[in-house]
Design a protein around this ligand. Structure first.
Ligand code: GDP
Ligand code: IMO
Ligand code: MG
Length: 420
């Protein structure tokens, strides 16, 4: 059976957690393949809100195994907290969760290095979530990192202190950064991790696929934050695109089946970096309010703007998207008119391609009438207003990929299968 992938086509927060939760019953295994606790995936069940940072969003379903893949970077403190919080709400976690031995660990000093690096950049800062993501991936590619499989080794603490000493030298000598380090909480969380089920994720998935099991790979962040193809350097440090699922889980390319590409009916971004269709006006504020656009991980206000079709097309191509999912059209209800970027005016001319330099690209917009109806009660295509159907048709035609789900609210019930 194939590995289907669900990932974000914009700058993250497209609603991945919600949709993974909704489609999980079709899968035996849900697996996170990259990123770490920079992610905040929200799931609303009967009005109760859960935000997951490391645990895959299939965890609320009884019969699904949730794998934290080798490509993920894990903060043991966050993982411990997350498991305990879910258990406190009566969600069974330990029997349904596996952690890859090859996943790298985020140390307390990685978080300090993240903060020190950001502080040193002044107004050029990336706007990192300060969860230690960049420094941990740097240690991974620099071949200095510590992995989950090492925590049971006799010399783990020695290895920890060796890497920590390298970090403190950097904090002192390179960044002149002031800090205190909490070893105890980290080492306690490491002890906690020893009680969790670990596995060779790649072997586990190979056997599962061979025996006919279905796997859903859950992306974090979004295509425009990808280390290779995002708005560099204002990106995260992992491969957020479909190819990242192969690396981050150890599954072969030919095992990939559907690629669900999820996007909002408009656009948001948290942190710094270019955002050509950004609305720095009352309209932007209106959308932020109506959409409750505040970061699920850091609480920062999200920047808002119009839908950007050239960037969506770029994302669709890189990921090989087979199915589109649109969220949050309900947020735009009652606007008189909405705009969509269809082309860019760049120093090289007018283009529908994603420009290399987003800072010097001026969006060219088309205007669309907006739906006036409240969509949050819609559960079937027949209930969808004609103006929204025509907006969706514009997107499908531009991207040449069909829409398969339309989400109309945060709750897991607020969704429908969609066909034009
Ligand atoms: P993720 O990181 O992609 O999982 O997305 P986040 O959870 O960070 O942000 C998406 C936000 O939108 C969350 O607060 C969701 O509960 C909410 N949400 C998801 N889908 C919809 C939708 O269709 N309509 C509305 N109004 N909210 C949604
Ligand atoms: P989910 O999975 C939105 C952004 C940060 C910053 C940049 C780099 O919830 O969609 P990092 O902490 O990775 O060094 O930050 O990436 N960012 C996200 N933005 N959603 C996320 O995750 C994000 N994870 C990181 O705001 O601009
Ligand atoms: Mg999020």
């Amino acid at each position: 059976m194939p590995v289907d992938v669900l990932l974000g086509l914009q700058w993250g927060d497209e609603g991945k957690g919600k949709i993974v939760d909704v489609i999980t019953p079709e899968y035996d295994i849900v697996a996170r393949f990259q990123g770490g606790p920079n992610a905040g995936h929200t799931i609303v069940i009967d009005g109760k809100k859960f935000v997951l940072h490391l645990i895959p969003s299939g965890i609320f379903h009884k019969n699904t195994i949730n794998l934290i893949g080798n490509g993920v970077v894990i903060d043991p403190i966050t993982l411990k907290r997350e498991v305990e919080q879910l258990e406190a709400h009566g969600v069974e976690v330990r029997d349904k969760m596996l952690v890859s031995e090859r996943a790298h660990l985020i140390l307390p000093t990685h978080k300090l290095l993240d903060a020190a690096s950001e502080a040193s950049k002044g107004d050029k800062k990336i706007g990192s979530t300060l969860r230690g993501i960049g420094p941990t991936y740097m240690d991974k590619t620099g071949r200095n990192g510590l992995r989950v499989g090492s925590i049971k080794l006799d010399d783990f603490e020695e290895r920890y202190h060796f890497l920590k000493a390298k970090h403190t030298r950097m904090l002192d000598e390179l960044y002149h950064f002031e800090y205190t380090i909490e070893d105890n909480e980290f080492l306690e969380a490491i002890e906690f991790m020893k009680t969790l089920k670990t596995c060779k994720g790649e072997a586990y998935l190979a056997d599962a696929l061979a025996s006919g099991k279905k796997v859903l790979a859950e992306g974090a962040q979004g295509t425009l934050l990808d280390i290779e193809f995002g708005s560099y350097p204002f990106v995260t440090s992992s491969n957020t695109i479909a190819a990242g699922a192969c690396i981050g889980l150890g599954v072969p390319p030919q095992s990939i089946g559907k690629v669900f590409g999820i996007f909002k009916a408009y656009c948001t971004r948290v942190g710094s970096g270019p955002f050509p269709t950004e609305l720095n006006d009352d309209m932007g504020e209106k959308i932020r309010k109506a959409g409750s656009e505040f970061g699920a991980t850091t609480g920062r206000p999200r920047r808002t703007g119009w839908l950007d079709l050239p960037l969506l097309k770029f994302a669709v191509r890189i990921n090989g998207v087979t199915d589109l999912i649109m969220t949050k059209a309900d947020v735009l209800s009652e606007l008189e008119e909405i705009q969509v970027c269809t082309k860019y005016d760049t120093p090289e001319g007018i283009t529908e391609n994603a420009p290399f330099d987003l800072e010097h690209a001026t969006p060219i917009y088309e205007k669309h009438g907006c739906w006036q109806e409240d969509l949050t009660g819609c559960r079937s295509v027949e209930q969808v207003p004609a103006s929204l159907k025509s907006y969706i048709k514009v997107v499908e035609d531009y991207l040449n990929v069909p829409m398969t789900y339309l989400s109309v609210g945060p709750d897991r019930e607020q969704i429908m299968e969609y066909t034009s």
